[in-house]
Write a protein that binds this ligand. Sequence first.
Ligand SMILES: [Zn+2]
Ligand SMILES: [Zn+2]
Length: 331
Amino acid sequence: MTKPLLQETPSGLFCEIGDFHIDPSQRVPRAVVTHAHADHARPGSQKYLAAKEGRRVLRHRLGPSAEIEALPYGETKLINGVTLSFHPAGHILGSAQVRVEYRGEVWVVSGDYKTEPDATCAAFEHVRCHTFITECTFGLPIYRWPTQQEIFADINRWWKQCRDDGKPAVLLAYSLGKAQRLIAGVDPAIGPIYCHSAVQQLNEEYRASGIDLPKTWLPTQAPARKDWGGVLVVTPPSTAHSIWLSMFRNASVAMVSGWMLTPQTPRSRSVEIGFPLSDHADWPGLLKAIDETRAEQIFVTHGQPGTIVRWLNENGKFARALGANNGLQNE
Ligand SMILES: [Zn+2]
Ligand SMILES: [Zn+2]
């Protein structure tokens, strides 16, 4: 039996013929990276190859000395006879599915993906392949996202209410991707938008990469003794109980995450409100993406694959879970 084009190794997915890893969990000579989230892009490898559109945010993550080669979406690169290309995954700026082809056999590694398009990154592309390695962060039938129009209408309504009540409105959201999508999607006419520095730095990387975002401020740019009533604050979830956040006295605090659809989550996170805006595919999105690949073989990773693997097998597809050593969940 010939070896599969991609194999699981202790360092992550490995293409032996091409001699490269995809989103390796350890330092390797050549890392192909799907996107800049910490559970996919780890510092310390000798060389990186990633989609050009995400180059700036990846540089922000890996540091100034990392050797990064960037390839535009859809362009191919030949590596030891293996043809590699990146295709939009619709997850965050520069996120990519990795397509590898060798002697007519095509594998696609999804990375993290979202099938609903948004203003801050290229829309997910369906890529045909023989073998599809898909994430399944939200691989349970209970996860069905409302449309983002509905969610943004809810967020704007809540923000207006906070303004009318003289309170700051605080959104807890991951600093890379989710925060920028929120800033691009809310109605900036309601009031000024203030960001934690971790968010603001990435806003700047997005703007420098050509993504339009409304004006955002650091709190240090505000006049002394500012009344924060009516401002929107975008800050990472890790700051939820920080001294930093306590300067926005009397704030209404909301968490933005797909996990908000899980019963009990808002209370367990001790936030008043949850908005279920996710940068991952929901259950119907996963099934549609898998179906559109026309893949004969599906490997499921990055989540709890049991349910979706069973569903696929019961519906006539060959599917199985990949090992659990694919890193921590970041989003
Ligand atoms: Zn991600
Ligand atoms: Zn991930």
